[in-house]
Ligand binder design. Structure first.
Ligand SMILES: Cc1cc2nc3c(=O)[nH]c(=O)nc-3n(C[C@H](O)[C@H](O)[C@H](O)COP(=O)(O)O)c2cc1C
Length: 466
């Protein structure tokens, strides 16, 4: 390893190396790599002496295009998940360095984390060897993003107070890189006024968060808000932050509100009226919007799909619940209504299960109209999103019906599709869209629902930047 090689050099060479590194604005480690790389590339008969190749993690920070993430593991029970997070970050081609707090070492070993990172884990602020060739200021500087996962209540408190009494807090205070926290703690600790006060301070300081989620805690019989976001969620948040930080994405800073799936309209406590919408299109749009840098709220009816990663998903059942959730999620820059909302609900749904009694007539269901979510939002006087987009799922006269819907609902664009059973669109993986707007009708090619989503998001990005 380069750091070991440096330590084995004599003092005079070390001094020369330090001077050369300082002159070139590099770390001593990076300077050694540069020398070795130059020597390897140099033509001529003299072959460089065989050296053990640096690990990918060591070479990665030097490559101009490789993004560098510094992972800080603090002392929470969720620290074991950080080992998986290291793998998720590395499989994205990121160069990962790792710091562990003293408390973290009670939960996972630096050896395990170091084996996954591919280089030593930093644990000590007052480590002479480390200060020689890396140093806490260098750790703070030589990264594109710092991720704290898990972030304990204690570490959040120290950060909010500007403490710097160990390596993790000193680096967090010295860095100019964006910081992403994945808090993890007992729900009572999370809900405590002190933690919430610290959280508000950290958010005001520009620190980003992923999670915590609701759910089972590691402690027996404990559940609530405080569970660390899953490694894949954290990795998705890392992708988003790195992309936004290094090259702003088209929807960075925009709030996109999307509805998806069917609604269920109760007949009685156990029966309901539904439709065949799978939610695949709406969910694909939510994922594409998140990938484009937007803050996404997805209001989803009952579907058999996982919540898209990096998206705030609100689960609802009926059309009325969906409207309430949509209105609560405002303001939004863009609203896309992809849900197949039931037009009608049962007028007086039974409070108890309707019973089949011999000799009695079959109950008649009387229907009343549901609120029209698309029209309600498009006609709002306040907080109308800049771009309101609806879907028209038609089985006949697709374009004529879509044009009429555009005018009637007061929205900006309609994505019309033919959902006749023979098209296989409802519930299927592909879609054929015609975009209807004030500018006319634009047919899109038949494509996967993911490609439709990407095309729509690209169009939205272009429209917002006009
Ligand atoms: C078994 C055990 C589990 C713990 N889990 C958490 C946790 O999930 N979240 C948390 O904020 N603190 C947790 N703590 C408390 C922290 O370890 C303690 O506050 C420590 O000082 C944190 O140090 P650090 O922030 O420097 O890593 C736990 C303590 C123990 C003994």
């Amino acid at each position: 390893m380069a750091s070991l090689t440096v330590r084995q050099l004599d003092e005079r060479l070390k001094q020369l190396l330090r001077l050369r590194a300082a002159k070139n604005g590099r770390s001593v480690e990076d300077e050694v790599r540069t020398i070795l790389r130059e020597a390897a590339e140099e033509p001529g008969p003299a072959q460089p002496a065989p050296v053990s190749p640096p690990t990918p993690a060591e070479t990665a920070p030097a490559a101009a295009t490789t993004k560098r993430v510094l992972l800080i593991i603090s002392g929470g029970i969720a620290a074991y998940k950080s080992l998986d997070l290291i793998r998720r970050l590395k499989e994205r081609g990121l160069a990962v360095r790792c710091i562990m707090t003293k408390a973290a070492e009670h939960f996972v070993t630096p050896l395990a984390a170091g084996a996954l990172v591919g280089s030593r884990v930093f644990t000590d602020l007052f480590d002479p060897a480390h200060e020689f060739d890396v140093g806490h200021i260098r750790l703070a500087r030589e990264t594109d993003l710092i991720v704290v996962a898990p972030a304990t209540a204690d570490l959040m408190a120290k950060m909010a107070g500007g403490h710097a009494d160990d390596l993790a807090t000193a680096v967090l205070l010295a860095t100019k890189a964006p910081i992403l926290l994945a808090p993890a703690m007992n729900p009572a600790m999370w809900a405590h006024k002190a933690t919430q006060r610290n959280l508000a301070q950290l958010v005001a300081d520009g620190i980003k968060l992923v999670g915590p989620n609701e759910g089972e805690m590691a402690e027996a019989r404990e559940s609530g808000k405080g569970r660390m976001a899953e490694p894949l969620e954290i990795a998705a948040a890392v992708d988003k932050l790195l992309a936004a930080h290094l090259a702003p994405l088209p929807l960075t800073g925009k709030h996109v509100l999307i509805t998806s799936g069917p609604t269920h309209e109760p007949i009685d406590p156990v029966r309901y009226i539904a439709n065949r919408s799978s939610g695949k299109q709406g969910h694909a749009i939510a994922a594409a919007a998140a990938a484009a840098g937007a803050d996404v709220t997805l209001v989803s009816g009952p579907v058999n799909l996982p919540d898209p990663i990096g998206v705030k998903t609100i689960h609802v059942e009926s059309a009325r619940d969906m409207l309430t959730a949509v209105e609560r999620a405002l303001p939004a820059d863009v609203a896309i209504f992809a849900a197949a909302v039931a037009d009608w609900r049962v007028a007086n749904a039974g409070v108890q299960k309707l019973k089949k009694t011999a000799g009695q007539t079959t109950p008649a269901l009387s229907l009343v109209e549901n609120p029209d979510i698309l029209s309600t939002i498009a006609h709002r006087r306040t907080q109308r999103p800049q771009l309101v987009i609806g879907f028209a799922a038609e089985t006949e006269n697709v374009i004529a019906n879509a044009k009429a819907k555009l005018a009637r609902k007061g929205c900006d664009w309609i994505l019309a599709n033919d959902v006749s059973p023979q098209t296989g669109i409802m519930g299927g993986d592909r879609n054929t869209i015609e975009l209807v707007s004030a500018d006319g009708v634009e047919p899109w090619p038949p494509q996967s629902k993911e490609d439709v989503a990407a095309m729509l998001i690209a169009r939205i990005g272009a429209a917002l930047s006009k």
